[in-house]
Design a protein around this ligand. Structure first.
Ligand SMILES: Cc1cc2nc3c(=O)[nH]c(=O)nc-3n(C[C@H](O)[C@H](O)[C@H](O)COP(=O)(O)OP(=O)(O)OC[C@H]3O[C@@H](n4cnc5c(N)ncnc54)[C@H](O)[C@@H]3O)c2cc1C
Length: 386
């Protein structure tokens, strides 16, 4: 969102007092990454303030499917090809660690979740073969998964990959409860408009407050380019759309987080029978680029058609909610942790692509260690971009 001179400098009517706040560390962004950072940095005894444009959980973190899956967007065997076996294993271990972290948060904060594992269905023979190769690579590295050629639904899927331990959760409750319990001071409705560093002091100028701090962390995901040009060719805004249906008293057909079609479709039913799905971003690539917070009739209709073809009994349920969310994609689908080249006291953890529940909290932990002790964040460090 752009801001006019008038909106930025208006002093009349002055409904909002402009505060001046001094803190140890400021976090920009109130999503799952900002909330985890706030928890860890305040937990380490720092005086932390969080600035959020809208409200906590208003971004992708409060709009996603809530699938917490210890997997990357690409299949494991491709990750091995790309990174080598040792680094692929390290990454998978980190995903498992992230899953435990998130489950720990859910237990502590009483956030509803259901841990029945996750499944991936081959949309055709080619994807079935990919799932088989993925399962073989997982098993070769000692990771527990199950593969079968059978379609558990008898709907024309080819190949079924089951991953025990994965789960789904209520994402907005997770983010808001985590932030509320973090010990950080949280300023909502406070978009940060400029960031500066002079000597060792960082100044963040926001809508309701100006913050002076020693360090800042940007957890602004898709919106990062609005704060610094550095992100313009690194984090790309892309939209995803979902819908959810009314409840149903029929026995649940799809209990666990389910994916297919190269990650382009993800769906499940809630315990009350509601069905939710996101898919077909790949069929509307150009329309789904950018920041528009709206659903489109063509993509929504495309999702409904697909559901009617594969799950006609579910397609009968009335749709009660349609929504969109904006994700920050990176070229290699991995997050970026680093420091701004021209403002080294400003760190960032951004670019969670379509899987911020799968590695956001872990990346926040690596970022917190980087900020507090200078520990290198490993595979997610932005220096991999050269
Ligand atoms: C429809 C959909 C379904 C998805 N499903 C899944 C899923 O099932 N599993 C999964 O792992 N991932 C999923 N994702 C991806 C996941 O939601 C994201 O990767 C994750 O939420 C990113 O978290 P974040 O904290 O980095 O970003 P966000 O949640 O987007 O938070 C960034 C925050 O920064 C704030 N902000 C930005 N700029 C400023 C500024 N200048 N000043 C102050 N505040 C600012 C924004 O308002 C926002 O609240 C999905 C995404 C979408 C959209």
């Amino acid at each position: 969102m752009t801001v006019s001179l008038w909106q930025d400098t208006a002093s009349w009517p002055s409904e909002i007092e402009h505060e001046r706040i001094v803190a140890d560390i400021a976090i920009v962004g109130g999503g799952i990454v900002g909330a985890t950072l706030a928890t860890l940095l305040a937990g380490a005894g720092r005086d932390v303030v969080v600035l959020e444009s809208r409200f906590v959980g208003s971004g992708a973190s409060g709009r996603n499917a809530g699938h917490c899956i210890a997997g990357l967007r690409t299949n494991y065997h491709h990750t091995v090809e790309r990174l080598g076996r040792d680094r692929a294993k390290e990454l998978r271990q980190q995903m498992l660690e992230n899953r435990e972290m998130v489950r720990g948060f859910c237990d502590r904060l009483n956030v509803p979740y259901e841990q029945k594992g996750s499944q991936y269905l081959g949309i055709d023979a080619a994807e079935g073969a990919e799932l088989r190769a993925c399962a073989e690579a997982f098993l070769a590295d000692g990771f527990e998964v199950e593969f079968s050629e059978q379609d558990p639904y008898d709907r024309g899927f080819i190949g079924h990959l089951y991953q025990p331990g994965d789960f789904w959760l209520q994402p907005w409750l997770l983010v808001t409860r985590l932030m509320a319990s973090s010990g950080a001071r949280v300023l909502e409705n406070c978009e940060v408009r400029t960031i500066e560093q002079s000597a060792d002091t960082v100044t963040l100028r926001g809508r309701r407050a100006t913050i002076e701090c020693k360090q800042a962390v940007l957890a602004t995901n898709a919106y990062s380019r609005h704060l610094h040009e550095y992100f313009r060719d690194k984090v790309f805004p892309k939209r995803a759309q979902m819908y959810a249906t009314e409840t149903s008293s029929e026995p649940r057909l799809i209990e666990m987080p389910t994916g297919c079609d190269d990650g382009n479709a993800y769906f499940r039913q809630l315990p009350d029978g509601r069905f939710l799905i996101g898919c077909h971003r790949d069929r509307f690539v150009d329309e789904e680029i950018g920041y528009g917070d709206e659903t489109t009739p063509q993509l929504q209709a495309s999702m409904q058609t697909w559901v009617a073809e594969r799950f006609p009994e579910i397609a009968k349920l009335a749709i009660t909610h349609r929504w969109a969310g904006i994700m920050g994609f990176t070229a290699d689908a991995m997050p970026l942790i680093g420091r701004l080249p021209d403002m080294p006291n400003i760190a960032f953890a951004v670019g969670f692509t379509g899987a911020g529940m799968s590695y956001g909290p872990l990346a926040a932990r690596l970022t917190a260690e980087y900020v507090l002790d200078g520990t290198h964040p490993g595979l997610f460090h932005a220096d991999r971009l050269g």
